[in-house]
Design a protein around this ligand. Structure first.
Ligand SMILES: [Zn+2]
Length: 403
């Protein structure tokens, strides 16, 4: 989920290899407990595979894009699109659609292996193959009304502002990021999950008490049916303005004790009180301006290498995505570092607010087991890929925090 600050682990998992479609129970049931060493080994293996898959996905994207712009495939797709219309914007939409279809076909085996096969192999998924495909399809459908206006605005800027295109496009992207952060939790998330206000009971009373202490409205606490897709537990703080809310996966509320859930909730409250989403959006916006500026320069300079003549030539646009991809690859360790800093702050906040180190440490241990997280990744792997400090570090930090 975009603009949601989640509770655990490595982000950007793409999707999958062949597996029997397992039918699993609707609600997450506690798994039998194999020896800890087994879990640790499994977690290491699973994490290693996921990271290699992310790297392979990125490498595949770069190689394919290079191939497409350097062999004339891109120009051929533009020609194909021109067969349908003489309107440049329509040609662009057809070009991007054809490209999107090609990309998703080529990357499907990887998506399937990572997003479906591995999740089942490690007993983390509750999805049937049909469910998994449906969720992906829904994601694409939802992406269309968001992506098309951005794409058209981008192309308009490219045509009309020429070498200054990056400036208005950054503005457009900022506008969309605010709209999405505001509308995501109320309009988009419910397309994927069912959200219900937290039920009355002991947990709710404890959560209300915490909310009152820090001045957050309790109407903003929801439980959602994460278990329809996965056995992994998670919670998040999402939204801005009136859509601000804390969402707890039913996999968390079903398998964790009230005290553990309260500490997890307090961590999310920390993100809320410390204004982490706002900070991330601000950093994201600055990074967008800088990234588009740099990309615009490199893109313009590199056009001739591939035989393109102008920046608004439709066949040249994949080259732009290549440079943007490189920019985001280079800057992702930086944004991960900021994210890890926020996570540590939210952890500290949770301990100080609840004064319950042991429950929080237990919750983190349980999360590691439930989500098969590598608790002690190699420091370089953590630096490059982890949006959260490793669980082991978090537990040491929590236990060492004076509350
Ligand atoms: Zn967090």
């Amino acid at each position: 989920m975009q603009d949601a600050s989640t509770l655990t682990s490595v982000r950007r998992h793409s999707g999958g290899h062949k597996t029997p479609v397992t039918t699993t129970s609707e609600s997450p049931s506690p798994q039998p407990n194999p020896p800890t060493a087994d879990i640790t080994n499994q977690a290491k293996e699973y994490s290693r595979k996921k990271i290699w898959l992310s790297i392979s996905g990125a490498a595949l994207f770069f190689v394919l894009t290079l191939l497409v712009v350097s062999t004339g495939i891109s120009a051929a797709i533009e020609e194909f699109a021109r067969g349908f219309s003489s309107n440049e914007y329509v040609v662009l939409l057809i070009f991007v659609t054809a490209f999107g279809v090609l990309e998703s076909v080529v990357s499907f085996p990887l998506s399937y292996y990572s997003g479906f096969y591995l999740e089942h192999k490690y007993n983390l998924s509750n999805q049937t193959f049909a469910n998994w495909m449906w969720e992906r399809f829904k994601g694409t459908l939802v992406g269309i009304p968001i992506g098309v206006p951005i794409l058209l605005a981008f192309f308009y800027c490219l045509k009309n502002f020429q070498e200054w295109w990056w400036l208005p496009v950054s503005g457009v992207l900022f506008f969309f990021s605010v709209v999405l952060a505001r509308l995501g939790p109320t309009l988009i998330f419910p397309l994927f999950y069912k959200f219900q206000p937290i039920e009355d009971g002991n947990l709710k009373s404890k959560i209300i008490a915490l909310c009152e202490r820090v001045g957050m409205k309790v109407e903003g606490v929801f439980v959602f049916n994460l278990s329809k897709n996965t056995k992994k537990a998670n919670a998040a703080f999402a939204g801005i303005g009136k859509s601000k809310r804390i969402i707890l996966g039913d996999t968390l509320t079903a398998n964790f004790t009230d005290d553990e859930i309260v500490t997890v909730f307090a961590h999310e409250l920390g993100h809320y009180k410390l204004k982490h989403i706002r900070t991330m959006m601000l950093i994201g916006t600055l990074s967008t301006f800088l990234g588009l500026y740099l990309t615009a320069q490199v893109y313009a300079a590199s056009l001739a290498w591939f035989g393109f003549s102008s920046i608004d030539q439709i066949a040249a646009l994949p080259l732009l995505t290549l440079w943007l991809g490189i920019y985001s690859l280079v800057t992702s360790p930086l944004s991960n570092a900021v994210s890890r800093k926020h996570e540590r702050e939210a952890d500290r906040y949770a301990v100080e607010l609840t004064s319950n180190k042991s429950a929080f440490a237990n919750a983190l241990r349980k999360l590691a087991t439930t989500n098969l997280a590598d608790t002690e990744p190699h420091p370089l792997v953590e630096f490059l890929f982890y949006s959260h400090p490793s669980i082991e570090k978090r537990i040491r930090f929590v236990e060492g925090t004076v509350s």
